[in-house]
Design a protein around this ligand. Sequence first.
Ligand code: ADP
Ligand code: TZD
Length: 576
Amino acid sequence: MTDASNHPTEAEDADDSAALTDGIHVVVDALRTHGVENIYGVVGIPITDLARLAQKSGIRFIGFRHESDAGHAAAAAGFLTQRPGICLTVSAPGFLNGLVALANATTNCFPMVQISGSSERHLVDLQRGDYEEMDQLAAARQFCKAAYRVSRAEDIGRGLARAMRTAISGRPGGVYLDIPAAVLGEVLDAEKAAATVWPLVDPAPRQIPEATAVDRAIDLLATAERPLVVLGKGAAYAQADDAIRDFIETTGVPYVPMSMAKGLLPDDHPQSAATARSLALKRADVVMLVGARLNWLLGHGDAPQWSPDAKFIQVDIEAAEMDSNQPIAAPLVGDIGSVMDALVERSKPGQITVADQWRQELAGKSQQNVARMAKTLEAAKTAHPMKFLGALQAIRDVLAENPEAYIVNEGANALDKARNTIGMQVPRHRLDSGTWGVMGIGMGYAIAAAVETGKPVIAVEGDSAFGFSGIELETICRYNLPIVTVVLNNSGVYRGDEASTTSDPAPTLLKARHDLMIQAFGGKGYQATTPAEVETMLREALASGKPALIDAVIDPSDGTESGNIAHLNPKGISVS
Ligand code: ADP
Ligand code: TZD
C-alpha cells in the first residue's frame, strides 16, 4: 500500500525492513551453513560488524594482534580438522599481513580461506587513492591455490562455496576470497538472499586409485630387498591412521616419519627407523612416499643421501607431484586412506616381506646411534648452564605424562633438537615450521590447537622464533587458553655468543626475559635455569590449565648456526 504521494507507508517500511538483509548477514549465514565454528582474525574497516555478527550467531571469533598469526591459526585449524580454517582481515595492509600465512598454508597443503574486506572497486581500479587501496585479488593470486572475488551480494553464497570447495578438495591449500566493502553493505531481499547460500555435498570426495596402479606398487614392493616407507604430513592430514598402521604392520616394512607425521604410529614403534634415518634413506632400494614430497627436506631424492638406484612409489592426491624430482616407478594417485586400504586388500598374504638382514642392519645402526645419543643426553641433564637437550628432556618427560597435549615447535636448533628428543605417541599432535621452515607460526598454531581441540598445548620455541608472534601471548591470556610456551632462550638467532665487531650488537644477538612479557597480560611467568626446574614448572603450568610461559635459560654457546641446515648458507668470501 502506498500513500497518495506514492511513498511507502510506515507500516510498509517496517515490513520491508523485516524482509531485508545485507552482505554481512549473508556472509555469516554462509559460514554457518558450511559449519564454521571459529574465525581467526583482526577487525577494522570494513569487517568489524562481520566479526560482531559472527560472534552473535554462535561462531567463535578469536581476535588476534596481527593477521599473520590469525592466518597461521586458520591454517593449523585446517590441518587439524580437515575443514578449511577461516582467517578474516581488513583491506590492504591487513590483507598483506595475512598473505604470508595463506602462502605458507598453501605450501604446506593445509586448507584455509582468507576472507578480506577490500576498498571501493571504482576507486581502486582507477588508482584514485582510496583508504587502504590495493588490487588484492591480483596480489593474492600467486600466493595461494585460488583467489576469488565476490562483486555482488547475491554471489556471496556462491563465492564461499567455491572457496571452501577449492581449499579442501584434491590437494588442500589456501584460498583467498575478496569481499569489497560495498558488497558487505549491499542490502537485499532476505528471502532471496537465503536461497543463494548452499552447503557442500561431499566436499573432499575419496579418490580411489586404479587397480593396475595398486598392483604395480605391490609388485615393486614385493621385489624389494630393502623397502622403506616415508610418512609425511599429508599422511597425518589424511586422518587414515588405521589404514596406514594396518599396511605398515601387515607388511612389516620399516618406516621413517617426517616431523609432522611423528605419532601416526608411536615413535617407539618397533618398525620405526627414525633412529637409523640416514642409513635407511641411503640403503633403501624401494621407497614408498606416503603424503611426503621429494623436496629439499628429503634431499630431492638425490644421491648420496639416497641410493642412486632407489625406485620410488609415491602415494599422493596430486598427480602433478609425481616425477617432480625423481622418476616415480609406481605412482599411486588417490587419497591416502583409499590407497592404503587398496594396498592391503590387493596384496596377497606374504607377498610383501622384509628380509631379516635389512631389519638387522637398521636395528644395529639404531642401537649404535641411540647409545651415542644416550651419553649426550645424560651429560645434558646435569650441564650448567642448561643445554637445549637438558630442557628438552624435561619437556619430553612431562609430555609422556600428558600424551593428549599438542606440541608446537619452531626455531633452528630448538626445532631440530626438539624433533629428535620429544617422542610423539598420538597422530597430528606435532605442528611445526613445516615445508618453508618459517618462523612465526608458534603462537597462531598453538592458539588454533587449543581452540579447536580444547586440549593443552606446549609451544617449544627458539627465542628468536618466539619473537615473531610473541605479542599473541596477550590473545592467549585474553581467551584464557591452556597454552604453556617454553622459550629455549640462548640469547640469539641460532647461538647467543657471537662477538660484536662494532658498537652495535652482532646480527644474531638477542636479549630478553620472556617470562616478564606474559605477566603484563596476566599470565604466569617462570624462569628456569635447570632441567629439573623446567620439569616442575611445566608440570605445574599444565596442571593449572592456564596460560603460562617458561623462559628456559640456555647456554648461549649451545647450538649451531642455522641448526641442521647450515649447508644452505651461501659460501662466498668469508665475512669475518
Ligand atoms: P612432509 O613435509 O611431511 O614430507 P609434504 O608437505 O611434503 O610432507 O607432503 C604432503 C603431501 O601430501 C602433498 O604432496 C599433498 O598433495 C599430499 N596430500 C595431502 N593430503 C592428502 C590426502 N588426503 N591424500 C593423499 N595425499 C595427500
Ligand atoms: N624469517 C622467517 C619468517 N623465517 C625464517 N626461517 C627466518 C626469518 C630465518 N630464521 C631461521 O631459519 S631460524 C631463525 C630465523 C630467524 C631463528 C633461529 O633462532 P631461534 O632458535 O632462537 O629461534 P635456536 O634454537 O636458537 O637456533
